[in-house]
Design a protein around this ligand. Structure first.
Ligand SMILES: Nc1ncnc2c1ncn2[C@@H]1O[C@H](COP(=O)(O)OP(=O)(O)OP(=O)(O)O)[C@@H](O)[C@H]1O
Ligand SMILES: [Mg+2]
Length: 239
C-alpha cells in the first residue's frame, strides 16, 4: 500500500456499500460511495432523512463495517486500511485520531460537562491533571459553556448537551472529525459559534472534518459540499 494517499487526501472511502436487514427487509443505505477527506478542509454532507448520512459517517469513522469497499486513512506516516485492522487496533486508532459528535450526543450521565472533556484527554493519553482541566475549561469557554462546567447532562438543555458533545470531540485536536447534525439543537448564534470552531479546527489545526446538516445556512462556512440521496453521493457547488 502507498505511504501516502494521492490527491492530498488523509482519509478515503472507496466504493462503500452498506445494507441493513435480510431477505424482504433488505435495504441499501449506501450504494457505491467514494469520497476523500483532506487536511484543512471542512466538508458538509446534506441529504434527505434516511438517505444514509449517519451510516456513511459511521463507516468512515470505523464504527460500522461496510459490506464492500475500503476506508483508507493516513496515520503516523502510513496508509492504513481501517476495516482490515483488528478491533483493538481500530479502537486505538479512533481514540488517537478521531473525534465524533453523535446525533444523540452520547454523553456520560454521571459526569459533569468538564469531566466529559477531561476524560477524553486522560484516556487518550493527551493530558492529565491540571493540564486536562485547563484544556477542558478553555474549550467549554469557547463554546459558551463556562458557567455550566459543573453540571451533568440531566441538568443541561438540549443545546448545551450538544455543545458539550462538540467540545468532547474537538478537545484532543483530532486529525479526523465527524459531526452528525452538530447544530440541530442550537439557535443561530450558537450554531455559528460551533461552525467557527469547526472551521478553526480544519483551517488552523489541519483537521479533516465532515459535518452532516440539514441547514443551508451553514454552506458559507464550509469548503466543500456533498449531497447524499438514496445511498448515492455527489459533490455539489456551494453557490
Ligand atoms: N440499524 C438499522 N437497522 C435497519 N435499518 C437501518 C438502521 N440504521 C439505519 N437504517 C436505515 O438505513 C437508511 C439510512 O439511515 P441513516 O440513519 O444513515 O440515514 P440519515 O441520512 O442519517 O437520516 P436522518 O437525516 O434522519 O438522520 C434508512 O432507510 C434507515 O431506515
Ligand atoms: Mg442521521
Amino acid at each position: 500500500m502507498p505511504a501516502t494517499l494521492t490527491g492530498h487526501a488523509t482519509l478515503r472511502g472507496e466504493h462503500l456499500t452498506r445494507t441493513y436487514g435480510d431477505g424482504d427487509k433488505r435495504r441499501a443505505a449506501l450504494r457505491d460511495v467514494s469520497l476523500d477527506l483532506r487536511p484543512g478542509q471542512l466538508a458538509l454532507l446534506m441529504g434527505p432523512s434516511g438517505s444514509g448520512k449517519s451510516t456513511l459517517l459511521a463507516v468512515l469513522s470505523g464504527l460500522l463495517e461496510p459490506d464492500t469497499g475500503r476506508v483508507l486513512a493516513e496515520d503516523e506516516g502510513e496508509v492504513k486500511d481501517v476495516w482490515a485492522m483488528t478491533g483493538k487496533e481500530r479502537e486505538d486508532f479512533r481514540l488517537r485520531t478521531t473525534g465524533f459528535v453523535f446525533q444523540g450526543y452520547n454523553l456520560f450521565p454521571a459526569l459533569t460537562a468538564r469531566q466529559q472533556l477531561e476524560i477524553v484527554l486522560k484516556w487518550g493519553g493527551y493530558a492529565g491533571g491540571g493540564e486536562a482541566r485547563r484544556r477542558a475549561d478553555e474549550m467549554l469557554d469557547r463554546l459558551g459553556l463556562a458557567a455550566n462546567r459543573h453540571r451533568k447532562p440531566a441538568h443541561l438543555s438540549g443545546g448545551e448537551k450538544q455543545r458539550v458533545a462538540i467540545g468532547r470531540a474537538l478537545v484532543k485536536d483530532p486529525s479526523f472529525v465527524f459531526a452528525d447534525e452538530p447544530t440541530s439543537a442550537l439557535d443561530w448564534e450558537n450554531g455559528q459559534r460551533v461552525m467557527e470552531l469547526l472551521r478553526d479546527a480544519a483551517h488552523e489545526r489541519r483537521a479533516s472534518i465532515l459535518v452532516v446538516s440539514h441547514d443551508h445556512r451553514l454552506l458559507p462556512y464550509v469548503d466543500v459540499y456533498y449531497h447524499l440521496e438514496d445511498g448515492h453521493l455527489e459533490e455539489r457547488p456551494r453557490g
